[in-house]
Design a protein. Structure first.
Length: 282
C-alpha cells in the first residue's frame, strides 16, 4: 500500500522551509528559508550590483592590487543551494497537501513568504513543471496539477510492471547480507510513519525502493521508477489525507519484505511485492 495521497532518503540536514497549513481562502501563511540561504542569495545579488557598477565585489582582487584574502566561493553554487532548498520545501508542501491542487501560486508571492527573490522560486517551480507537479499559467504563476484516482491507479500499474519482475529477479540472485544492509532504510520508513510525517515518509519510502532497484545495476531503470514513484506521492484533488495507520501498514511491508528476501522465501516475496503495489492506488 503506497502513499498516494500524501522527501530521497531521509530529511535534508538543513532546516527545510515549511509551509503552514493553508487557510480557507487558499493562501499560504508566511514562511521563511533559513538565514544561511537568505545570506547566500543576498551575496549573489549584491555581487551582481557591484559588478554592474564597475566596482569589484568584496574579496575580489582589483588589477594590480595584492591581497591575501581567499577568493569568494563560486556564486553559481551558492545560488543553486538556495534553489535546492526552495525545491525541497515545495516538494514537501506538495506531498503534505499544503500546495493545494488547482490553486495558482505566483513566484513573487511565494518568494516574499520564503524571504527570497522570485528567481529561485521560479526556477524551482520550472523544475516541478517538468516533473508534472505544476502547470505554467502565463502572466499568473503556476497551478498545482489536479489528479484523480484513475491517474493514481495507472501509476501504480506501471510501477508494478517495472518493479515486480526486477525485485523477483533480485530475490533469486542477491545474497542475504546485501538485503540486510537495507534494514536502516526500511526502519526509517517506520520511524516517519510512527509520527505521521507524510513528507518524511515520502522521502524514506522512495529511498528504500531506490536502494532495492539499484541492486540491479540499471541506472536508467532506477531513474524512471523513482520518477513514477514521486508522482504517485502527490495528493489527489480531493479525498482524505493519508492516515498514520496507512503509513504504518505500508512501512511494515518494507520490513516484512526484507525478512523474506534475507531468508530467500520467494513465495512470500512475490506475495508481499504484489500486495505492496496493489495497495498503491488507494
Amino acid at each position: 500500500m503506497e502513499q498516494g495521497s500524501a522527501r530521497e532518503g531521509v530529511r535534508p540536514t538543513y532546516a527545510p522551509v515549511a509551509f503552514s497549513r493553508a487557510p480557507a481562502d487558499g493562501r499560504m501563511s508566511e514562511c521563511r528559508v533559513p538565514e544561511q540561504a537568505r545570506g547566500e542569495q543576498a551575496g549573489v545579488e549584491q555581487a551582481g550590483l557591484e559588478r554592474a557598477g564597475g566596482r569589484p565585489a568584496d574579496g575580489e582582487q582589483a588589477r594590480g592590487e595584492h591581497t591575501h584574502s581567499e577568493p569568494p566561493a563560486p556564486r553559481v553554487v551558492q545560488r543553486h543551494s538556495v534553489r535546492g532548498q526552495i525545491l525541497d520545501a515545495l516538494r514537501a508542501a506538495l506531498v503534505d497537501g499544503e500546495l493545494v491542487p488547482g490553486q495558482v501560486y505566483s513566484a513573487p508571492a511565494l518568494g516574499a513568504r520564503f524571504g527570497v527573490s522570485a528567481t529561485p522560486v521560479r526556477e524551482a517551480m520550472q523544475r516541478l513543471a517538468v516533473e508534472g507537479a505544476v502547470e505554467v499559467v502565463p502572466n499568473r504563476g503556476f497551478r498545482v496539477s489536479e489528479r484523480g484516482p484513475r491517474e493514481l491507479a495507472e501509476l501504480a500499474e506501471v510501477r508494478a510492471l517495472i518493479e515486480v519482475p526486477v525485485m523477483m529477479g533480485l530475490a533469486r540472485t542477491v545474497p542475504a547480507h546485501r538485503w540486510s544492509g537495507l534494514r536502516p532504510l526500511a526502519e526509517a520508513t517506520v520511524t516517519a510513519a510512527a509520527v505521521g510525517d507524510r513528507a518524511a515518509y515520502a522521502d524514506s519510502d522512495r529511498a528504500f525502493h531506490r536502494a532495492v532497484l539499484m541492486l540491479s545495476g540499471n541506472e536508467q531503470l532506477v531513474a524512471v521508477a523513482d520518477e513514477l514513484h514521486r508522482r504517485s506521492q502527490w495528493p489527489l484533488v480531493s479525498g482524505p489525507a493519508t492516515r498514520r495507520a496507512d503509513l504504518l501498514a505500508d512501512a511494515s511491508e518494507h520490513t516484512a519484505l526484507l525478512d523474506a528476501l534475507v531468508s530467500q522465501d520467494l513465495a512470500v516475496v512475490q506475495a508481499l511485492v504484489r500486495e505492496h503495489f496493489a495497495g498503491a492506488d488507494r
